[in-house]
Design a protein around this ligand. Structure first.
Ligand SMILES: [Fe+2]
Ligand SMILES: [Fe+2]
Length: 468
């Protein structure tokens, strides 16, 4: 572990002068990007942050006050597995690659650049959020997520520099040149180009959109390109905290919504300044459906190729029995003549859908937790995930209209009922109107309940962010 170098790392950067120089050259551009595009108004603030200092599960993190631009962004790969072999696809059983095979160079570069692009994009989307944080606890969590997305960018840039030579260097520069929402040089994926400027959307993003990221990383952690598999494995330990922020953030809003609903009776939670459950459901419908799109088309020859070549596996490939997936089929519901029909798709072509299934199950577990909270408050309401066909822009259901239950309907009916299902302008402006900062240690905004415990064993009254 080389922690005290200019770029903390566990990849012996000092032993590779050329790579070290390339990364040291990129570092000032990164810092300049962070200063201009990172959290606005808090760059000089002391934040109680967790920094990675090792990769073993016992005590990899160190907590202390840090000014974000001084965060020790480093390069950390999970420990190598001795004699690791490719675990799926046509090359199953062959030794994993330490260098990029020429024939897969373009596909791998595209995978890494697409993943890498989402990391700075989310920091850009969230750069104004700090100003309206519901508490210091939440403010700190936002910044923790932001610096770790910055580190994930470092992880991908390391791979680009290490494995792709000159093209890699150019891609690394381009990752700092694109900007979320910029019409001329936008971020690569659509969902990463809209600002996230209210906290309900932030929790929805970390619950649903960031979880897509988790599943992409889980699939890349199986990759035959060993440095990619090892870097994503360590990224996943950080990603777990982002999911926690989203899932518990929404749980706390649900809890508060229930408390205020009881208090308000017939007047509804909004009368008491809360976010009512039907509005939460609409935000779920929106963020979940946008995030489903990030997995790509249901039937995909790209996905088949990634699998065949050993570049990207399934979530926890080991738990499957057949790692070739040549014979199997996936039963899929496809639109046909205004209705729906079931059909069998060759399994390799359905790999995006297989990954999406794992993602959906994981989300359902979170929704079940929220519903438990609602039941505990004796309120008759159930949150749910809409059908995977609802409100899609990508794949076989795009350009068609479905109810949240997945029933095909006409475009006209969808438009007529849109505001029943998705946040309306007035829902959005109501939610925005609640976004007033609460910066007193231990205090919470009215629309969200306190978390059950603090961070790093600290009490909830701890000053997680020191605002001068
Ligand atoms: Fe990330
Ligand atoms: Fe994340």
């Amino acid at each position: 572990m080389q922690l005290h170098e200019k770029i903390p790392n566990n990849v012996d950067l000092a032993g590779d002068r050329k790579l070290l120089r390339a990364l040291e050259h990129w570092q000032p551009s990164f810092l300049e990007w962070w200063q201009t595009m990172g959290p606005e108004s808090f760059q000089a603030t002391d934040v109680y942050l967790r920094t990675a200092i090792s990769v073993d599960s016992a005590g990899w993190a160190h907590f202390d006050y840090v000014k974000m631009p001084e965060y020790r962004w480093g390069i950390f790969l999970a420990a190598p597995e001795p004699d690791r072999r490719i675990g799926f696809g046509d090359l199953m059983g062959q030794a994993v690659w330490q260098e990029v095979p020429g024939e897969h160079r373009n596909l791998l570069r595209r995978l890494i650049v697409t993943q890498g692009d989402t990391e700075p994009a989310s920091v850009e989307q969230q750069r104004l959020l700090g100003k309206t944080s519901p508490s210091l606890y939440d403010l700190r969590n936002l910044f923790q997520v932001n610096v770790e997305e910055g580190r994930h960018l470092w992880a991908m840039v390391y791979l680009l520099h290490r494995c792709f030579g000159r093209d890699g260097r150019e891609e690394a520069e381009a990752l700092l040149a694109r900007r979320s929402g910029d019409p001329d040089r936008p971020r690569i994926l659509g969902a990463f180009n809209a600002p996230i400027d209210d906290w309900l959307s932030f929790y929805m993003f970390t619950m649903f959109t960031d979880r897509d990221g988790k599943y992409q990383l889980v699939a890349l952690a199986e990759s035959g390109l060993d440095p990619l598999a090892r870097t994503t494995r360590f990224m996943l330990t950080e990603e777990a905290h982002h999911m926690f922020v989203g899932e518990t953030g929404i749980r706390r809003i649900v809890q508060r919504s229930c408390e205020l609903t009881r208090k308000a009776g017939d007047r509804g939670a909004r009368a008491e300044g809360g976010i009512d459950l039907p509005t939460l459901q609409k935000y779920i419908n929106f963020w979940y459906s946008v995030s489903l799109d990030l997995f790509g088309g249901e039937i995909s020859s790209n996905a088949a190729e990634y699998f065949a070549c050993g570049l990207k596996g399934r979530a926890n490939e080991k738990k499957f029995e057949d790692h070739l997936a040549l014979e199997g089929v996936y039963r899929m519901v496809v639109p046909e003549g205004g209705g729906l029909r079931e059909t069998d798709v060759p399994l390799r072509n359905a790999m995006n859908e297989v990954l999406r299934d794992a993602y959906i199950d994981d989300n359902q577990r979170g929704v079940d937790m929220w519903n438990k909270t609602i039941v505990e408050h004796g309120i008759d309401f159930k949150l749910s995930l809409p059908s995977r066909r609802f409100n899609r822009r990508i794949g076989i259901y795009a350009d068609l209209s479905f109810t949240p239950e997945g029933e095909p309907i006409s475009k006209e009916e969808f438009e007529r009922r849109r505001e029943e299902w998705l946040p309306s302008e007035s829902d959005r402006s109501y939610v925005k109107s609640l976004m007033q900062p609460v910066f007193e240690p231990g205090k919470m905004a009215n629309w969200i309940a306190s978390p059950t415990k603090g961070i790093d064993g600290k009490p909830l009254t701890f000053e997680y962010v020191r605002l001068a």
